[in-house]
Design a protein around this ligand. Sequence first.
Ligand SMILES: [Zn+2]
Length: 545
Amino acid sequence: MLAWLIFVAEEGNLHSCTELPLQRNHLPICQFNDVRGRWDPPTHTSTSHLTSTKAITIHEGLAWLLCSLWLLVLEAVHCHCHCQWLSLPEVPSPSLYFTSLLFRLPFCFALSFSLLFQLQLSLPPVSDADGYLERTFLSPASVKAGNLIRQWMEEAGLRTWIDYMGNVHGRVEGRNESAEALLIGSHLDTVVDAGIFDGSLGIISALAALKVLNSNGKLQAVRRPIEVIAFSDEEGVRFQSTFLGSAAVAGILPASALHISDKSGVTVEDVLKDSSLDITEENLLKVKYEPRSVWGYVEVHIEQGPVLEHTGFPLAVVKGIAGQTRLKVTVRGSQGHAGTVPMSMRQDPMPAAAEGIVLLESLCKCPEEFLSYDGHCKSISLKSLSSSLVCTVGEITTWPSASNVIPGQVTFTIDLRTIDDMGREAVIYEFSNRMHQICDQRSVSCTIERKHDANAVLCDTELSMRLKSAAYSAVTRLTGEIQDEVPVLMSGAGHDAMAMSHLTKVGMLFVRCRGGVSHSPEENVLDEDVWTSGLAVLSFIETQL
Ligand SMILES: [Zn+2]
């Protein structure tokens, strides 16, 4: 196998681009980690990890271009599969091969630039915090990131604008500007102390793909308008209200959302106006897209879970986004002295809560042992329910919370998600019944409140099929081998596609991330998987030519 090493000079120092073996699921690209010196293994703490970062210099940019050129040289050895990327015939002669290289040049450069984008988005100048990544709704870093993305959109040949909710749009009309548009997007905001791929990867992979088309002169040949949208808010960190950006585009954001305030009392409206966005209730309606003007919405996102890494495949098609219910369970008993009340005379809410939590775990691990097809559960597929059902008790509080006091009250939360909305209701019904029985047996009282409900979103079958073949084609193109079936996963996390499903049909691709870790500086995606995601979007868009 090829083993290669190149050195590039940067500010008087030598940095190495180490080799990757040409194996299944591997692409011979430079390990930009080494060039950048920042994507270190997770053994590094987040702080030390980031203090070594700095702005990308022109020298580093040149270094990356050199990497691209080297990749092209490597292709001389493996041209037979790369020619297929461009649908060129098998190369019969050196002259035709080098012609194919000229075609490939913009492709390699564009993907190299996409990696450059990715690092730029994560660097401290595009973060509100010192030493870690944080970009909340329309914060200074978010505005800066939005402007950078807008600049990249223009460089990719797109017409750009920023709407009244701060979403950044880049659009090409193609051959028929009155046709229904394909929207591709994700979010540019982050959580606090975030990873660099959540949201950004979806924007970058779309831009890289369109940049390739632009470089090849095919961008204007698309048969319907294609628009990339970088949504201003998905995480909801600042205003505790998710999807401010995409909900506005989908037309489901109520005008009352403009009056939500953050911890310092600043409202959404204030923030938008401070950013010179003339938001009014009337202008909010202008952000909304007409359903008849849109063909569909596609989103690429990191998986944020460990399944893809386990299967060994870089991409998955998303079947749907799980519906979710949040419950608050309050168990009340009789508060007392830990040393004086005999065990037989206690009304202790703590063991009742503990028994309920263990019951919940059993119920969610094996719902088929608790639910039956008679009664409330007639239309549920227990098999599909058990494969997607997850339940979490993430918060528990006691009163008065002292080591020498039998608590008077215990409260815990339940987060319950599944793709099967009927199944979710059945599990809640079953849990509630059994929890009340437990409390009765233990002579304590119990109330269960529903705090949040969101129905599942099923991805469109046709879009999913197209995304599946695009993912298959991308992985096969990169490895030159016939691949296994592309996995189909459910998303347990919410995404902009949830909001966009109120506007149009949606489809999603997941990208493998290391250890399934997300919302953390340890979040990481292999370089070749970043390439694969860009190539999958390109393959998908090529079906629109
Ligand atoms: Zn996200």
